[in-house]
Design a protein around this ligand. Structure first.
Ligand code: C2E
Ligand code: MG
Ligand code: MG
Ligand code: MG
Length: 277
């Protein structure tokens, strides 16, 4: 009897594995079609100086719109794209799109904004990545200082010469690197001393936990202290409430991002909301 139950469980497990694999394959096929037919979109979310309230830049976020009007979350399709070797071309497309967009806004006289673009670990570790950044900047005529590349802690704080060299080469070019999802990577924080970082982006989970409890406040306070000690601006991600906003301000967090300050929107809407030429 117990054996039969065990067998049933195994069968169930195998079935759901097969289903997950099939789902992934379907996602892959549809994603290839979306790439070929120009079905991907980039939206932009403002980053706001918490002292002045000014928009200082924006994060480019990838969207895959569906016929029904909804979007598949990047958290779902980026892992598939990474597994299938699609993230390098997709990532380069996003980079080009985002840089071209800010260059157009610049030409129209927008404020001194900077564009942040997410870079997957697969891109970061691809030998063609640095040349691609160089090429995109040349093609779009965006100044390197107007670009910030967001790389997650788990990728950036690996103890690797490659990462340090790439970060240094980008820095020499004038491009900044932000450490994304800071606090989630269980990584070797001592690596931070070898890197020239443009922003530390405190993960949303810490901001969400900022309910006023002494512990959550202490966590964020020490993160801000570290970043300021390193002379790196701190960005608070995922600000949804006034209480969170006020807490971050009180802790001297430099920049904020979140639905309260503005959600991700298409380029035209971003320009209408934050820049009236
Ligand atoms: P991320 O880089 O940490 O981006 C922040 C995510 O938080 C975005 O989700 C954004 O829409 C969301 N967000 C912003 N404010 C709030 C808020 O107040 N509350 C909540 N609950 N969420 C907020 P999104 O756009 O779904 O992207 C998820 C992740 O997918 C990103 O996390 C990033 O890791 C990845 N991603 C997005 N676009 C790209 C891309 O072009 N390339 C790569 N490699 N990864 C990307
Ligand atoms: Mg990011
Ligand atoms: Mg993040
Ligand atoms: Mg994230």
């Amino acid at each position: 009897q117990a054996k039969a139950a065990g067998k049933g469980r195994l069968q169930f497990y195998q079935d759901s594995m097969a289903q997950a694999a099939q789902q992934k394959l379907r996602l892959h096929t549809q994603l290839v079609r979306a790439i070929e037919q120009g079905g991907l979109q980039v939206v932009y979310q403002p980053q706001v100086d918490l002292q002045t309230g000014d928009v200082v830049g924006m994060e480019a976020l990838l969207r895959w719109p569906q016929p029904g009007g909804q979007s598949v979350s990047p958290e779902q399709f980026i892992p598939v794209a990474e597994e299938r070797g699609l993230i390098v071309p997709i990532g380069e497309w996003v980079l080009h799109e985002a840089c071209a967009q800010l260059a157009r806004w610049r030409a129209q006289g927008c404020p001194d904004w900077r564009m942040s673009v997410n870079i997957s670990g697969h891109q970061w570790e691809d030998p063609g990545f640095f040349p691609a950044v160089h090429r995109v900047l040349e093609d779009t005529a965006l100044l390197p200082t107007q670009l910030m590349l967001e790389v997650t802690e788990s990728v950036l704080l690996k103890d690797s010469r490659g990462t340090q060299q790439l970060a240094a080469a980008l820095r020499a070019l004038g491009v900044q690197v932000a450490l994304d999802d800071y606090g989630t990577g269980f990584s070797n924080l001592s690596q931070l001393q070898h890197l020239d970082i443009g922003q530390l982006k405190l993960d949303r989970s810490f901001v969400t936990a900022l309910s006023g409890t002494a512990r959550s406040l202490a966590m964020v306070r020490s993160a801000v202290t570290l970043s300021h000690g390193l002379n790196v601006p701190m960005v608070g991600e995922g600000i949804e409430t006034h209480a969170q906003l006020e807490a971050l301000k009180a802790l001297a967090c430099d920049v904020g991002q979140g639905f309260l300050l503005g959600g991700p929107v298409p380029a035209e809407e971003f320009a209408q909301l934050y820049f009236s030429a």
